[in-house]
Design a binder for this molecule. Structure first.
Ligand code: NDP
Ligand code: 8X3
Length: 250
């Protein structure tokens, strides 16, 4: 039996590409997400011996704990947790944003991430394993409409660094991965299904691809055990930084 990775958000984007990359590299993968049909298709594609799927809403703590408890014996020795499931909802400034959207992001990007991490820490310590938390450039660079999404990713980045401190001496490695613009279903979800908005955002700018991120997670996870990537920020070459905004009295 090869190494085992639990990759959350494996029905789309980074998570699905990472599941493919890790199975291709000989690992066994626990793939989770809400869309059961997509998980079944992934299991059919990659082989039921290599992939264990669990379909549940990661915000549902009872369902999460049930999925952990129901892991088959040969998928229990988890070596790597990729906390990838997450989303942005909305692009409105704080003063007009939806509170429901904010709560969805906090529940998914923060509460669910810490809940699964806490549940798997004893196993990861026993395995001298690793955690890769998918944060974002939004964790560091403010932009109009980033508000709670960006704040949730700042939490992910800081939580990751603090996990490192707590896990000192355990051999467990922790990385926060902070990508910039990547073309997945991310913008479709953020805009509540506006395909044209998604297409326009990525048009002509060579975004990061899901395969780029999968290859990066693969690289991080397969470094020698004495090396820890603390934080890795990755942007498309065609994306960079803009200046501060200044409001002047007319
Ligand atoms: P996608 O929308 O393509 O994938 C998001 C994944 O998260 C899906 O598999 C989805 O599964 C899962 N997910 C979302 N909500 C839940 C939930 N409640 N329960 C279980 N699973 C859930 O986007 P990306 O691949 O781009 O996003 C992956 C991560 O990368 C996210 O954390 C995102 O914030 C981050 N990121 C994305 C960037 C980008 O530009 N694309 C840049 C930087 C970071 P399902 O819907 O089936 O439940
Ligand atoms: C996704 C990148 O710039 O849309 O985390 O916030 S951004």
């Amino acid at each position: 039996m090869g190494k085992i990775a639990w990759i959350t958000g494996a029905t789309s984007g980074f998570g699905r590409a990472a599941a493919r990359r890790f199975v291709e590299g000989g690992w066994h993968v626990i793939a989770s997400g809400r869309r059961a049909q997509r998980l079944a298709a992934l299991r059919d594609e990659l082989g039921a011996d290599n992939v264990h799927t669990c379909a549940f809403d990661i915000r549902d703590e009872a369902a999460l704990n049930a999925a952990v408890a129901a892991l088959p014996e040969n998928f229990r020795g988890i070596d790597l947790l990729v906390n990838n499931a997450g989303l942005a909802q909305g692009t409105a400034p704080a003063q007009s944003a939806s509170l429901d959207d904010w709560k969805t992001m906090i529940d998914t990007n923060i509460t669910a991430l810490v809940t699964l991490t806490r549940a798997l820490l004893p196993t990861l310590i026993a395995q001298r394993g690793a955690i890769v938390n998918v944060s974002s450039t939004a964790a560091r660079y403010p932009y109009v409409g980033g508000n709670v999404y960006a704040g949730s990713k700042a939490f992910v980045s800081q939580f990751s660094l603090n996990l490192r401190a707590d896990l000192h001496g355990s051999g467990v490695r922790v990385t926060t991965l902070e990508p910039g613009m990547a073309q997945t279903e991310f913008t479709l979800v953020r805009t509540h299904g506006d395909q044209a908005a998604s297409d326009t955002l990525y048009a002509g700018m060579a975004p990061i691809t899901a395969d780029d991120i999968a290859a990066t997670i693969w690289w991080i996870a397969n470094l020698p055990a004495h090396l820890n990537v603390n934080r890795l920020e990755l942007m498309p070459t065609s994306q960079s930084f803009a200046g501060f905004q200044i409001h002047r009295n007319a």
